[in-house]
Design a protein around this ligand. Structure first.
Ligand SMILES: *[C@@H]1O[C@H](CO)[C@@H](O)[C@H](O)[C@H]1NC(C)=O
Ligand SMILES: *[C@@H]1O[C@H](CO)[C@@H](O)[C@H](O)[C@H]1NC(C)=O
Ligand SMILES: *[C@@H]1O[C@H](CO)[C@@H](O)[C@H](O)[C@H]1NC(C)=O
Ligand SMILES: *[C@@H]1O[C@H](CO)[C@@H](O)[C@H](O)[C@H]1NC(C)=O
Ligand SMILES: *[C@@H]1O[C@H](CO)[C@@H](O)[C@H](O)[C@H]1NC(C)=O
Ligand SMILES: *[C@@H]1O[C@H](CO)[C@@H](O)[C@H](O)[C@H]1NC(C)=O
Ligand SMILES: *[C@@H]1O[C@H](CO)[C@@H](O)[C@H](O)[C@H]1NC(C)=O
Ligand SMILES: *[C@@H]1O[C@H](CO)[C@@H](O)[C@H](O)[C@H]1NC(C)=O
Ligand SMILES: *[C@@H]1O[C@H](CO)[C@@H](O)[C@H](O)[C@H]1NC(C)=O
Length: 320
């Protein structure tokens, strides 16, 4: 609160202390608004965007062309943050598949600039069960203003408004009660007509690692065995020795990945994360080239037999 008051005071002081060099249109041939924010993708919880410019004066009149009512995301505003050089665009929380337009007028309507915005598409990234047992879906682009809907295996269920990137199933028919343990569940979210990519989850699984393979110090490809909660490779993050590994494919029980080389044999940290879940362990790198490390190879067995035969022959000679 105090921070807010101080920033308001600072903005007020700046606005009143910094003299605009552009009191009228004729004196402002250098008028410029940076166009890198002409097409804004706003967060569904709202966005505040700063736009740089030159000599645009002290006032701006922002006109929002309302294509939908305010509950869906109309009513963005634009104001001068620093005379002649910085604007701020405030986009309210909303959800829509429409494009919104703000026309900003400067220097007594002599100049104008158009900003367009849309809301981000929904993305489903993980899930969790609350203490109550209710299923929560975590991601981005959910509605913070109206109730959401989850499509689970093709069936639509009611869910809450988003809080901090997460929505909770509120449907009186709780589908998780009827879902099979270990089965696959495809989740899609439609937020005001914008539809997420479908993701597959294994709802009742705990993230875990059962066995860790030995890795080749030269790097390569391998398979982890465990339980991975999703078949979407981009929802999991695998790190070995602090380096992110490419996950090539994953299903409920195994995960195929490419791993980096290391300079020395030994144990290295491995972490796998899915949303807020994280497991850590160690994985061993060995030198597969140096076969004697692993097991006697055919040539070793051969030379061993050779030594054995020679000794026998030697003993036989001694006896004679
Ligand atoms: C919104 O704008 C984007 C690009 O700026 C365009 O691809 C899309 O079709 C527009 N959507 C609507 C509903 O007009
Ligand atoms: C914006 O300014 C241009 C000229 O720079 C003018 O042609 C256009 O009509 C103006 N747009 C609006 C909506 O006033
Ligand atoms: C903004 O949207 C309007 C209306 O859809 C369109 O005419 C204009 O070209 C868009 N501007 C930019 C910079 O994309
Ligand atoms: C929102 O989520 C972040 C990260 O998960 C957490 O640190 C923060 O406390 C949460 N805020 C609220 C209000 O739940
Ligand atoms: C889902 O929500 C709608 C209102 O948005 C309500 O009419 C309906 O009864 C709810 N369905 C269930 C199964 O709770
Ligand atoms: C959820 O579904 C209801 C009923 O179909 C709809 O009115 C509402 O807009 C949907 N919510 C979102 C965020 O799309
Ligand atoms: C280990 O790497 C070496 C060199 O790239 C390769 O010749 C060998 O086949 C690899 N061994 C295994 C088991 O991947
Ligand atoms: C991986 O785990 C599954 C399930 O526990 C088991 O059936 C399979 O044999 C394991 N594979 C390896 C290579 O350990
Ligand atoms: C991982 O690779 C093994 C051996 O190449 C294969 O049998 C298995 O199906 C693969 N797993 C996935 C999830 O693609």
């Amino acid at each position: 609160m105090i921070k807010l008051l101080i920033s308001i005071l600072i903005i007020y002081l700046i606005n009143n202390l910094v003299e605009s060099s552009c009191s009228d249109f004729e004196n402002c041939p250098t008028f410029f608004i940076d166009s890198s924010n002409d097409n804004i993708v706003a967060n569904t919880y709202g966005s505040v965007i700063t736009v740089n410019g030159v000599d645009f004066g002290t006032d701006v009149i922002g006109e929002t062309i309302i294509v939908e009512n305010n509950i869906n995301g109309g009513g963005a505003s634009v104001k001068v943050l620093v005379p002649d050089s910085k604007l701020e665009i405030d986009i309210p929380a909303g959800q829509s598949n429409k494009n919104f337009t703000i026309i900003a007028y400067f220097l007594n309507y002599n100049y104008n600039h158009t900003f367009n915005y849309t809301y981000e598409k929904p993305i489903v990234s993980s899930f969790t069960f609350k203490e109550s047992g209710d299923l929560s879906i975590i991601g981005k682009g959910f509605s913070y203003k109206i109730d959401n809907n989850i499509t689970l295996n093709g069936q639509v269920y009611n869910a809450s408004k988003a809080i901090n990137g997460s929505i909770t199933l509120t449907d009186s028919i709780n589908p998780t009660k009827y879902l099979d343990q270990g089965g696959k569940f495809e989740i899609i979210i439609n937020v005001a007509g914008q539809i997420s990519e479908p993701v597959t989850f294994y709802l009742f699984e705990q993230l875990s690692l059962k066995t860790t393979p030995k890795l080749n110090i030269t790097g390569g490809k391998s398979t982890l065995n465990g339980s991975f909660k999703t078949s979407s490779t981009n929802l999991l993050k695998l790190k070995i020795n602090g380096i992110i590994c490419e996950i090539e494919s994953v299903n409920s029980n195994n995960l195929n990945f490419t791993y980096p080389s290391v300079t020395k044999i030994g144990k290295y940290p491995i972490t796998i994360s899915f949303g807020d879940d994280l497991i850590s362990s160690e994985i061993e790198y060995i030198n597969f080239k140096d076969d004697s490390d692993e097991r006697p190879s055919n040539s070793n067995v051969l030379s061993l037999s050779f030594i054995l035969i020679s000794s026998l022959l030697f003993i036989q000679k001694l006896l004679i």
